[in-house]
Ligand binder design. Structure first.
Ligand code: AMP
Length: 140
């Protein structure tokens, strides 16, 4: 069965729903669990426009705090909590390969595709992953 699950989370309210599915799969497989959140870099002009000097730094710090909380809820070691900065899809796929994940769990859609059958991140993970992918259907 699966030995290493990577849970990709956008850290939105959807995460609560996904947590139970992730717990269930982990319990069922007995596999190791890693979690990842990707912070997408903002275009340079946003800094001047918003008048905040280090938005990216703030976003990373907020994500770190949220991911740590999630890590506690799911008993994930700090070394297995990943915050990456860059394009979401490729970062998730890269970390999945780096840690040797054999299953990626993600939501079917998130902020980028509420009305879609499959969001763009989920779609890209499904197309690009070298391992199995579980896309959890989120309730409307
Ligand atoms: P989307 O395809 O962007 O609508 O999102 C589908 C799923 O991809 C979400 O439910 C998450 O599981 C995952 N996902 C989206 N954005 C991120 C992100 N920034 N970091 C990690 N996982 C994400």
């Amino acid at each position: 069965m699966y030995k290493h699950i990577l849970f990709a989370t956008d850290l939105t309210e959807d995460t609560e729903y996904l947590i139970n599915k992730v717990r269930g799969m982990r319990g069922f497989t007995g596999g190791k669990l890693s979690i990842i959140h990707v912070v997408e870099p903002l275009p340079g002009y946003s800094y001047a426009y918003l008048g905040i000097e280090d938005i990216e730094g703030q976003l990373i710090e907020e994500a770190r705090v949220s991911l740590e909380k999630l890590g506690q809820q799911l008993s994930v070691d700090k070394n297995d909590q990943w915050i990456e900065v860059g394009p979401t899809k490729s970062k998730i796929l890269k970390i999945a390969e780096d840690v040797g994940a054999d299953l990626i769990i993600c939501g079917s859609h998130g902020r980028h595709g509420l009305s879609l059958l499959l969001g763009s991140t989920a779609n890209a993970i499904l197309h690009g992953a070298k391992c199995d992918v579980l896309t959890v259907r989120l309730p409307e």
